[in-house]
Design a binder for this molecule. Structure first.
Ligand SMILES: *Cc1c(COP(=O)(O)O)cnc(C)c1O
Length: 224
């Protein structure tokens, strides 16, 4: 695996697109992350709080860390001092805690709301109606230490590219609807985080502004 070459190839694909690359470094070593950093990469995504806590102090301070995995309420406090963007927010309970911890560290925490767009069963992600309910709730609108900048979604794990495309299109539609119809305090609708190693090219064509790519950069992950 040539990490530098892989990044360059993806960047070439993104050259004329309004889309950022988040390098997903979960399970990968600090040394591998440094190689990507030296190739100019600054946005990295992790899905475990403990792994973030271990890696962050060992790496340059100008890295923008993205939390992309399911986040438990009791672990929020460990990342709110430094996290750049939390992609995986799917409940008011979690937002409430992020807001509380953001206030403690004197920061406004950027968040994306995760939508469930895949056909697979999953405990994670809001439904479309759940999203509207959240956005219009008084409590949500009163949270001053969060800034919701857009939506995140994961397509079904399938070879059927038309299905994947239609799921991304669905997310983009919801994004457009929300940005037109809802003027909500503490939101700014700029980002649609969608697309991974196997489907980022489709996602970008469907309007993604952030792709989260791991194995296409760092190679397959080995879980012990
Ligand atoms: C692991 C992960 C990715 C990256 O997956 P690849 O297929 O290796 O690119 C993207 N998004 C989320 C939420 C992930 O957990």
């Amino acid at each position: 695996m040539n990490i530098e070459e892989n990044i360059k190839e993806i960047k070439r694909f993104l050259a004329n697109e309004n889309c950022k690359l988040i390098a997903v470094s979960k399970t990968k070593s600090v040394e591998e992350i440094k190689v990507a950093y030296d190739a100019g990469q600054r946005d990295f995504g992790e899905n475990k709080v403990q792994e973030l806590q271990e890696k962050v102090p060992q790496l340059p301070a100008d890295i923008r860390w993205h939390m992309i995995g399911h986040l438990q309420t009791n672990k929020v406090k460990y990342i709110t001092t430094f996290v750049h963007l939390i992609h995986s927010v799917d409940s008011l309970k979690l937002l409430r805690e992020i807001n509380k911890q953001g206030k403690k560290s004197g920061r406004v925490i950027n968040c994306l709301l995760q939508l469930h767009i895949a056909s697979e069963e999953s405990k994670f992600g809001l439904s479309e109606s759940g999203l509207y309910e959240l956005l219009t709730s008084d409590e949500f609108q009163s949270l001053q230490n969060i800034n919701v900048t857009g939506l995140m979604g994961m397509a079904t794990f399938t070879d059927n590219t038309e299905q994947v495309r239609s799921e991304f299109r669905y997310l983009k539609n919801i994004f457009d609807k929300v940005s037109e119809a809802y003027t909500v305090p503490n939101t700014s609708w700029n980002e649609i985080s969608m697309g991974m190693s196997d489907d980022y090219q489709i996602a970008v064509k469907e309007g993604s502004t952030m792709i989260r790519v791991g194995s296409k950069i760092f190679g397959a992950r080995i879980y012990h």
